[in-house]
Design a binder for this molecule. Structure first.
Ligand code: NAD
Ligand code: TDX
Length: 355
């Protein structure tokens, strides 16, 4: 039986992962440690909360004594570390929490795992510490090329710099202390339960409400979109078959310009729920607004290593995934309304009011 600590399991990717892992790893117990920040919502896992193999603990990864007692009490042998501050725009207006959680929090977790597992560089231990990271650590691409595992790090936002720092710490704990670390760097995820500050759910929710659709700059920035369940399948494959000390890039091979994504969502919604009450198509809500500071132009992932070693490849196309995601947000408006509370409205006004 595996005793898995998932951090940040009430967030977007974490909650999708916990649900999938409970289903696919029948002899595992999952302890979900989450601070329940604005982005963490226990509702995301309401359907599995009574599973006897699941436990939610509210807490902060920076809290060393809590982490130590959890490792001890739950005999943790596997860590899947999602917990992070994850939104680039918030990192630009308020980087402090990104430095604290993403760097100091990851350091705390690594150090507690090292003490609990007693690993030595000379005798590798059987446990696993999977550190979930992002393609943004590699910086921004020009018109061609893709990030591979050997691309030099070149982070350009406080978010990506904090993730890059955490990757370096994770790697250092492998090389220095023999902690059995594996790092994954993934491209942009989308799907159910994503907090509506990120492009896709923000556009779906605004378009459903007939609100303006803010597109930064000229809308030509490119992201490599991956359906969240494909990311979770990749993480399960890496946990089962990944080599300790290695990095694996995970991507959708599905590059889209932001404006294409926004227009696609508008068209799907017009078809699914009808045009706006005025009779206008939802594309009429698109507004090109002031660009994000230091906005990375293009990301693309070369996922050939994980494909060659583990046979992993995405199974959901962008066309399938975006329809499924739009349908989910149509069917789950109460979820969106609940998370878009007063603090979300304040955030939205501050972020978009002057744009
Ligand atoms: P999210 O913002 O939806 O969720 C983050 C979760 O972490 C929340 O549940 C939050 O409550 C929790 N958390 C935050 N600070 C914490 C702390 N100090 N202690 C404990 N819990 C804390 O994020 P997400 O989009 O699900 O991303 C998860 C991970 O995947 C992050 O590490 C992110 O960098 C990485 N990632 C995300 C994407 C993407 O497109 N969303 C792509 C690649 C990698
Ligand atoms: O209102 C918007 N308008 C807009 O044009 C928002 C919120 C975003 N954008 C643009 C900025 C990006 O080019 O859309 C693109 C996607 O933006 P986000 O959803 O904020 O994602 P991104 O900045 O690419 O980062 C995401 O992918 C990598 C996640 O938020 C990170 O956690 C992950 O590491």
């Amino acid at each position: 039986m595996k005793h898995i600590l998932v951090t940040g399991g009430c967030g977007f990717i974490g909650s999708n992962f916990v649900r999938m892992a409970l289903g696919q790893l029948p002899s595992s117990r999952i302890v979900n440690l989450d601070k329940l920040t604005y982005a963490g919502n226990p509702e995301n896992l309401r359907d599995i909360e009574d599973d006897p193999r699941y436990r939610l603990v509210k807490g902060d990864i920076c809290d060393r004594s809590l982490m130590e007692s959890l490792f001890d009490e739950e005999k943790i042998d596997t860590v899947v570390h999602f917990a992070a501050e994850s939104h680039v725009d918030r990192s630009i207006t308020g980087p402090d929490e990104f430095i604290r959680t993403n760097i100091f929090g990851t350091f705390t977790l690594l150090d507690v795992a090292r003490s609990a597992w007693g690993c030595m560089p000379s005798s590798p231990c059987p446990q696993r510490f999977l550190h979930v990271s992002t393609d943004e650590v590699y910086g921004s691409l020009g018109e061609s090329g893709a990030f591979s595992e050997t691309t030099p790090y070149d982070p350009r936002s406080p978010y990506s710099a904090s993730k890059a720092s955490s990757d370096h710490l994770a790697s250092a704990y492998f090389h220095t202390y023999g902690l059995p670390v594996i790092i994954t760097n993934c491209s942009n995820n989308y799907g159910p339960y994503q907090f509506p500050e990120k492009l896709i759910p923000l556009i779906i929710n605004n378009a459903l409400k007939g609100m303006e659709l803010p597109v930064y700059g000229d809308g030509g920035n490119v992201r490599d979109w991956l359906f969240v369940e494909d990311h979770c399948r990749a993480i399960l494959a890496v946990l089962a078959r990944g080599r300790v000390g290695e990095t694996y890039n995970i991507g959708g091979s599905s590059e889209k310009r932001n404006i294409e994504v926004v227009e696609t969502i508008c068209d799907i919604l017009d078809e699914a729920v009808g045009r706006l009450p005025s009779g206008m198509p939802r594309r009429s809500l698109i507004r090109f607004v002031k660009d994000r500071a230091g906005h990375d132009r293009r990301y693309a992932i070369d996922a050939s290593k994980i494909k060659a070693e583990m046979g992993w490849a995405p199974v959901v196309t962008f066309e399938q995934g975006i329809r499924c995601t739009v349908d989910w947000y149509i069917m789950n408006r109460t979820w969106s309304d609940a998370v878009m509370d007063g603090s979300y409205r304040k955030y939205y006004e501050e972020m978009y009011g002057g744009r």
